[in-house]
Design a protein around this ligand. Structure first.
Ligand code: ATP
Length: 395
């Protein structure tokens, strides 16, 4: 139907980019990007006469997003050429043809279009040997200055390479390495890099891409003084395997693990550059401190118990917790989660007020100690009935 609307307004209409790539790879993709040779706003307005969609215009990029009631979104863009007045800043945009539009894209595998107008419905536009690269499994930039104009493509190349088990083509790889070493990543805003990093973390197997980033010496340019050694990789592996939600933010945990031994100035840099919370260094300090105590406990031959976690953790912040969990093997991690589940569920009936009023105790550390011991006893499954009886009698 998109093609019918396109023909009605006399615009050659194409589906482009990732959708076409995934169609040829026989992979699901619900991100539909349409390019028209004409005014995207007029296209969207006409489309909305037939379908109930909400249109949102992004004037500077000559695009309109159409939102359907069921959550589907289709982006329509006017075919455009982007030209960069300065490297690594967002481009200026000029109306253009589909061929030039495709040429400005990141990699050949993302630079194909399929025509949707009825007369030529299904025609594949492949100007740059894209389909061949897709079949051979090659990530290739379309022009030599590609990484200069947009250094986030360095991260995108690695993400696509690892996602599809492709290979970055030799010349592209050379350029990538060159621009990494010439500090092109440092020219991009932190927010754009963070967005790309988050996309990497959302991949089904982020560790592969992380290893490749390290091999290509990308991390030293993203997080100065970061260390990606076996221990960090082991922690990341556990973290990604166990991660059930995006809370706390995975990019914080990644950075905490890689920067666990970094000096304060690097942490300050990261906070400013990527808009991390001010508490970031504090999380690392606490997480490392607790992890080391846990490690020492194990090394001394002592078993980890609910009691160990109780005294070391209390109720840790989610970021600290994720880090600590990543230092633990599967058995210890299970115990930790058992502890957390209990501490949420099991609350002592006796509180400080009761101790002061009925026992005449004075406010202070003594009461805290008693309450802690009560809570711990309850966590360990002891005294529940006695406590009930005791509280009833008191009340
Ligand atoms: P994914 O499957 O991860 O969503 P995608 O290829 O659909 O991958 P998007 O970020 O949604 O990625 O981008 C859509 C299309 O826009 C890409 O296929 C590519 O053609 C183009 N594109 C996106 N980002 C860039 C960029 N930084 N430089 C050039 N082209 C880009």
């Amino acid at each position: 139907f998109l093609g019918i609307v396109g023909s009605e307004v006399n615009m050659p209409t194409y589906v482009v980019g990732g959708f076409v790539r995934d169609l040829l790879l026989d992979r699901k993709n619900y991100d539909i990007d349409i390019v028209v040779e004409g005014d995207a706003r007029v296209f969207a307005k006409t489309f909305s006469r037939y379908f109930e969609v909400t249109c949102v215009e992004h004037k500077e990029f000559l695009t309109t997003s159409m939102f359907f009631r069921n959550g589907l979104r289709i982006d329509v863009a006017t075919a455009r050429t982007e030209y960069y007045e300065e490297p690594a800043v967002l481009p200026n945009v000029e109306v253009s043809t589909i061929k030039k539009d495709l040429y400005r894209r990141d990699f050949s595998i993302n630079a194909m279009a399929i025509k949707l107008n009825q007369e030529e419905f299904g025609l594949l536009l492949d100007f740059f040997g894209c389909k061949n690269d897709l079949e051979k499994g090659i990530i290739r930039t379309l022009y030599p200055l590609s990484f200069v104009e947009d250094p986030t493509r360095i991260l995108r190349a690695i993400r696509f390479e690892q996602r599809f088990n492709f290979k970055i083509e030799n010349r592209t790889l050379e350029l990538l390495k060159k621009h990494v070493s010439q500090n092109y990543l440092e020219r991009v805003t932190g927010q754009r890099l963070r967005d790309e990093l988050e996309k990497i973390i959302e991949e089904p197997d982020p560790l592969k891409a992380i290893k490749r980033m390290e091999e290509l010496r990308v991390f030293e340019h993203l997080f100065p003084d970061s260390v990606v050694d076996d221990e960090a990789l082991r922690m990341l592996d556990r973290y990604f395997r166990r991660k059930k939600s995006a809370k706390p933010k995975p990019v914080y945990i990644l950075a905490m693990i890689l920067l666990k031994n970094a000096p304060e100035r690097s942490l300050d840099y990261v906070i400013k550059r990527y808009g991390f919370p001010r508490k970031f260094p504090d999380w690392i300090k606490r997480a490392v401190n607790i992890s080391e105590k846990l490690k020492r406990t194990v090394q001394s031959g002592e078993q980890l118990t609910l009691r160990t976690f109780f005294y070391l953790l209390k109720k840790p912040e989610p970021e600290v917790l994720s880090f600590i969990d990543a230092t633990l093997d599967d058995k210890a991690s299970k115990l930790l989660h058992d502890y957390l589940e209990r501490i949420e569920r099991i609350k002592p009936r006796i509180n400080g007020k009761l101790l002061i009023e009925k026992f005449g105790l004075k406010e202070g550390p003594e009461i805290r100690k008693i309450l802690e011991e009560l809570q711990l006893a309850k966590l360990e499954g002891l005294h529940t009935e006695e406590e009930e009886k005791f509280v009833k009698e008191l009340l």
